[in-house]
Design a protein around this ligand. Structure first.
Ligand code: TYD
Ligand code: MG
Length: 462
């Protein structure tokens, strides 16, 4: 395969550049340089070695993967352990990371802290904000630890100005907060529209790749949970991070939805404090410590990426005058709650009838895994019957997926979940069959309820 070279050609005057520029050096026009792949001039022959051909169209000996030279990239450590871990070991120079999350979740705080640490470590940084004035950004930075005040800021919404500044300043790491607030002047449509967002991200990507700038693109998500507009960016960027949690609560989780340079099974837990975001390394201990010993409360042995995490799941079942009654799910999927309620009624003799049902994962944590089913079922059954789950002084823990025929199904990493529960003295832990030592295994939801709630009298429908 002939090696192609990249040139950037001005669509206005035809001027050529080896690298991308915001402005054409030939005619002075902005954003007219377009990337082109060219085959090299057929003059050089035989210089390549290793079977590489100099002539286009000539056969080439493919290289065994083991002989391919691995590219070693030195990652940029943000100094925020949980963020670096989710990224796969830090930021890759020249990469594009999209950080999504609902307004107020802490995206600006997280990115300001990351840039502050990088600036403190002597890296060139730039914080571009189209949302806040420089004074507002400073107010935030004053609350944050580290060198957050050393980060240069640019409060600007015009894309061309931002690109020109990036080109002139050449930071190693740059934050664009947010991609929806920048506006490409030559394009119709309001800032934040799909066309604008795509154009903004596309031009930033080209400049970032050409200049080796690691870019953290902040994007707002809509109520439906999808990255509004930024959805179209997911294929363009190298890494998509999602910052989740509830604004009023203190805990937030950071997850990778896509990562070209690392795994997507990592997640980090943070707490929003007065002085910014604090990494929570002992999240299980906190949640177990805060768990109540009241009817309607159980502990779920969940997985946050590759780490086990114990969280409290609470349920409240109360008579309702509403038709249809309320089904409120915080931290779990609403459809999953409907499924669990249906199976509880049909196969386990726990009918909630026309009562309102509220289910909540404490601390504002979100658990999006089928392993949460059993905890939801146990919490609802415990609330319906008014019985405290588990016998001892410690709360009862469980995990498992519930099938439509009332069976309990295995979920990933039972041994890690069991070990985490054991670490906090939560035993026995109710699990699907075959989970391993220390588990009170149950084949069906009915069996699991018996193990968790004891030999309760026949359920009374609410
Ligand atoms: P912010 O990072 O501005 O959220 P986003 O950029 O995602 O919209 O911060 C969100 C909230 O965090 C805000 O309501 C104030 C609060 N906060 C703290 O509690 N402590 C702090 O140190 C900072 C900087 C913010
Ligand atoms: Mg913000």
């Amino acid at each position: 395969m002939a090696r192609l070279t990249t040139v950037f050609t001005c669509s206005a005057c035809g001027h050529e550049e080896p690298k991308w520029h915001g402005r054409c050096a030939g005619c002075g026009e902005w954003n007219t340089l377009a990337e082109e792949k060219r085959a090299p001039a057929p003059a050089r022959r035989g210089g390549g070695g290793g079977g590489r051909s100099a002539e286009p169209g000539e056969a080439v000996r493919p290289v065994r993967l083991a002989e391919v030279q691995a590219i070693q990239v030195a990652r940029l450590q943000t100094g925020i352990g949980e963020l670096d871990r989710v990224l796969g070991g830090g930021l890759v120079p020249g990469s594009l990371v999209l950080l999504g999350g609902s307004p107020g979740i802490g995206k600006s705080t997280l990115t300001s802290m990351a840039l502050g640490n990088l600036a403190g470590a002597g890296r060139r940084t730039l914080y571009v904000s189209g949302e806040e004035s420089a004074a507002q950004i400073k107010l935030r930075a004053e609350r944050l630890p580290g060198a957050a005040l050393d980060v240069p800021v640019l409060a600007e919404t015009d894309l061309d100005t931002v690109l020109a500044t990036l080109d002139a300043e050449r930071p190693e790491v740059c934050v664009i907060d947010s991609v929806q607030t920048l506006h490409a002047g030559d394009l119709t449509g309001a800032a934040g529209s799909v066309g604008q967002v795509r154009e903004v991200a596309d031009r930033i990507t080209r400049l970032a790749k050409a200049r080796d700038i690691a870019v953290l693109l902040v994007g707002h998500v809509t109520k439906e949970g999808s990255l509004a507009g930024p959805r179209v960016l997911e294929h363009l960027v190298d890494c998509v991070l999602q910052f989740e949690g509830e604004r009023e609560r203190t805990y937030r989780t950071l997850r990778a939805l896509k990562n070209r340079f690392g795994s997507t099974s990592e997640a980090g837990v943070f707490e929003m404090r007065q002085g910014g975001l604090v990494e929570v390394q002992d999240a299980s201990a906190r949640f177990v410590g805060e768990a109540t010993r009241a009817p309607g409360s159980v502990v779920l042995a969940a997985m946050e990426g590759s780490r086990p995490l114990l969280v409290e799941v609470q349920a409240l079942v109360s008579p309702s005058e509403l038709v249809p009654p309320r089904r409120v799910a915080n931290g779990i999927d609403r459809n999953r709650l409907a499924l669990v309620l249906a199976v509880l009624g049909r196969h386990a003799g726990v009918g909630v009838g026309s009562a309102d049902v509220f289910v909540n994962v404490a601390g504002g944590v979100r658990v999006d895994e089928p392993g949460a089913d059993l905890a939801v079922a146990l919490a609802v059954a415990s609330a319906t019957r008014g019985i405290v789950a588990g016998a001892g002084a410690r709360p009862i823990a469980c995990f498992g997926e519930i099938g439509l025929t009332g069976e309990l199904r295995t979920v990933a990493h039972p041994e890690r979940r069991l070990a985490e529960a054991a670490k906090f003295g939560l035993a026995p832990i109710v699990t699907p069959a075959g989970a391993g030592r220390g588990a009170a295994e149950a084949a069906t939801l009915r069996d699991a309820l018996r193990a968790g709630l004891g030999a309760a009298p026949a359920a009374r429908a609410a």
